[in-house]
Design a protein around this ligand. Structure first.
Ligand SMILES: [Fe+2]
Ligand SMILES: [Fe+2]
Length: 268
């Protein structure tokens, strides 16, 4: 029996069957209406596949702005494009259909920010947005997903490979920013907060919008959000910001969106 055959019965069970068998990976949270595994994975994989394409485009735009780093950044762009292709293939192998409309809606605000920074010729803002927000979110979600994805065919492998490469991108980005802002902490923090107030509102908002889908497939939105703030704090420290200042900056950035979530307000 093929992998897809083993999954199909589980993926097409309607919510009316909730409670008939806890082993069927069903969930139906009132807040989200009908949420089931197929819908959840279609949307999560939609964000993964098309989010990778956005990352590829961002690196290509960064390459345009700095010819001296162009060949490396184009290589990063190709790697991100490849991640998207791996994820799309692995989705198909499991019968998931990455939801492009959903992803476009979620990623539109991020693309607009990238375009604004590119139009302004602001390479450092793109480095911060890509390095601290996009890569950080990828790392915070791919890491726990590697374990959860063991129940699917080939997903663990591709997420593990992508995660390793995201860390490589982040390494370069933090080294670049460390040198660029060496001994200019205040200026760096001003840039980070200017860029990321919008960035966190955008990707943090997406994380909140997919909480029910994450729960449905066995991930915790709170854990991913916690992972993102931890990863983000570490990145600030790697660029040279001391722990106390880094923590203050993270709190200032993340608290508004946590409040919005708690109050049920729209994030973007
Ligand atoms: Fe990637
Ligand atoms: Fe990356």
């Amino acid at each position: 029996m093929g992998a897809r055959d083993t999954l199909v019965p589980r993926l097409h069970i309607k919510s009316t069957a909730v409670g008939t068998s806890p082993s069927l990976s069903l969930c139906n949270r009132r807040a989200a209406g009908e949420v089931h595994e197929q819908l959840s994975m279609d949307r999560i994989m939609g964000l993964a596949v098309f989010g990778e394409k956005v990352a590829a485009r961002t690196y290509a735009l960064m390459a345009d702005l700095k010819p001296e780093y162009s060949s490396l950044l184009r290589k990063f762009a190709r790697m991100e494009g490849q991640h998207g292709t791996w994820f799309a293939k692995a989705s198909a192998a499991n019968g998931f259909r990455p939801d492009r409309d959903f992803a476009n809606k979620e990623l539109g605000y991020l693309i607009a920010q990238v375009d604004d920074h590119h139009r302004a010729g602001d390479f450092d803002a793109l480095a911060v947005l890509q390095g601290f927000i996009v890569e950080c979110l990828a790392i915070a979600t791919y890491e726990p997903f590697i374990e959860v994805a063991r129940k699917y065919v080939g997903l663990t492998e591709v997420f593990a490979k992508a995660l390793e490469e995201e860390r490589y991108h982040v390494d370069w980005m933090t080294r670049y920013l460390r040198l660029r802002f060496f001994d200019r902490d205040a200026e760096f923090l001003e840039l980070v907060e200017r860029v990321n107030t919008q960035g966190v509102d955008c990707v943090g908002g997406t994380l909140m919008n997919i909480t029910d889908y994450l729960t449905c497939v066995g991930l915790s939105g709170a854990d991913c959000a916690g992972g993102m703030t931890d990863e983000y704090t570490r990145l600030l420290e790697r660029v040279g910001i001391n722990e106390q200042r880094a923590t203050r900056s993270v709190v200032r950035l993340f608290v508004p969106i946590i409040r919005k979530y708690r109050r049920g307000e729209k994030t973007k």
